[in-house]
Design a protein around this ligand. Structure first.
Ligand SMILES: *Cc1c(COP(=O)(O)O)cnc(C)c1O
Length: 387
């Protein structure tokens, strides 16, 4: 009975759940039970908040983009500065939360999988800080394309395993990580990097990323004395978006807008399917194989999306739009020139839509854009694309 009610919790309407073999499911249910317990535990939360402040550098600012607002003409644009976090993006919020949870439940080792390497680097970083060994699975093809990120993880003390199976991409790395967990579950914690995967990951990742909207809500009320008209965030797996929406979901007058890359638009173009162990809108072909995607932003180049976004989309609470790589590239340059802030290519998708939206709204309106990361990592790629 009890176990069933825990699994029930993993659903958002028809989406989410836990479509994995029974033995794996009972391992993840135990993680879910630990999460339910510790998320209310004052000592655990105090420790999490301590590291958010002293290691990540929170709280980060909600910056009024005065120059961009004037140039665009329309709603006021504010930027939530996840780019200023240690390691330069929002991913560390979640990684830190899960690692502290892993320590609480006595895990001796962390495993994770990574596509482009950003989640692997965040995981290796926090593992170095808390002194836990970690193994990062990465498709062999991906390790070849992201050699510097592999080296970064190794510098941080992680073991990177190149998975030479199938197409040598993220899917194979995920399978390998689940295999490791199944074999070593007594000692091992599997750290998932976005609001995806079977129960309890979507809830857990949202919980740890919700600090973004907890802060931004307090900050905007402080600065403007009212809630924003819209919150805009890019959507890959959906963790920075769900974190920046979380504290506004019950504020029905605040529009929640997720921005997908047009080249990997799982919500706009996907169909409901079970993929990587959970049900969501997904870009699959008729054989259930992942369709190729081609976003310029590695962090958004994914066929699936977190189940809660599929739910917010079908219930109409969230609005989901898409922006092309070309539009994102333009926004990347515009924000750099007007504000002296180089955004990640992922975040540039959100910036691009915010610029469009600001023009349609009025001067009394406020848009908060989640700047999920900084663009230093993308400068070389942009240089090649603009040549
Ligand atoms: C990984 C990443 C994303 C996409 O991941 P979500 O889970 O959708 O947030 C977006 N922006 C940056 C900077 C990233 O590193």
């Amino acid at each position: 009975m009890r176990r069933e009610s825990v699994v029930e919790k993993g659903f958002f309407g028809d989406f989410g759940g836990s479509f994995i073999p029974e033995d794996l499911k009972s391992i993840l249910d135990r993680i879910g039970e630990a999460f339910e317990k510790y998320k209310e535990d004052p000592d655990f939360l105090e420790e999490y908040c301590y590291y958010l402040k002293e290691y990540v550098g929170r709280e980060n600012p909600l910056t009024f983009a005065k120059n961009l607002t004037e140039e665009v003409g329309g709603a006021k644009i504010y930027l939530k500065r996840e780019d200023l976090n240690h390691t330069g993006a929002h991913k560390i919020n979640n990684v830190l939360g899960q690692i502290l949870l892993a320590k609480k439940i006595g895990a001796k080792r962390i495993i994770a999988e990574t596509g482009a390497g950003q989640h692997g680097v965040a995981t290796a970083t926090a593992c170095a800080m808390v002194g836990l060994p970690c193994t990062i699975y990465m498709g062999k093809k991906d390790t070849e394309r992201q050699r510097l990120n592999v080296f970064r993880m190794e510098l941080l003390g992680a073991e990177v395993v190149a998975v030479d199976k199938g197409r040598g991409r993220l899917k194979e790395a995920v399978d390998e990580a689940f295999g490791d967990l199944l074999k070593n579950h007594e000692t091992t914690f599997y750290l998932i990097g976005s609001a995806v995967g079977p129960y309890p990951y979507p809830e857990m990742v949202k919980y740890f990323q919700a600090v973004i909207s907890e802060e931004s809500k307090r900050q905007i009320l402080d600065k403007e004395g009212k809630l924003p008209t819209a919150v805009v965030a890019c959507v890959g797996g959906g963790s920075n978006a769900i974190g920046s929406f979380a504290h506004y979901i019950d504020e029905k007058e605040v529009r929640l807008i997720g921005v997908e890359p047009a080249e990997a638009a799982s919500i706009s173009l996907g169909k409901p399917a079970v993929f990587h162990g959970y049900r969501s809108l997904t870009l699959l072909d008729e054989h259930g194989e992942a369709l190729p995607t081609s976003s310029i932003a590695a962090g958004l180049d994914y066929q699936g999306v977190g189940p809660e976004h599929s739910y917010l989309h079908t219930t109409g609470r969230g609005e989901y739009v898409s922006v092309t790589g070309e539009e994102a590239l333009e926004a990347f340059q515009q924000l750099s020139k007007t504000e002296g802030i180089i955004p990640a290519l992922e975040s540039s998708h959100a910036v691009s839509h915010a610029i469009k939206l600001a023009k349609e709204l009025h001067q009394e309106d406020i848009i908060i854009v989640n700047l999920s990361g900084r663009g230093d990592k993308d400068v070389e790629q942009v240089f090649e694309m603009l040549k």
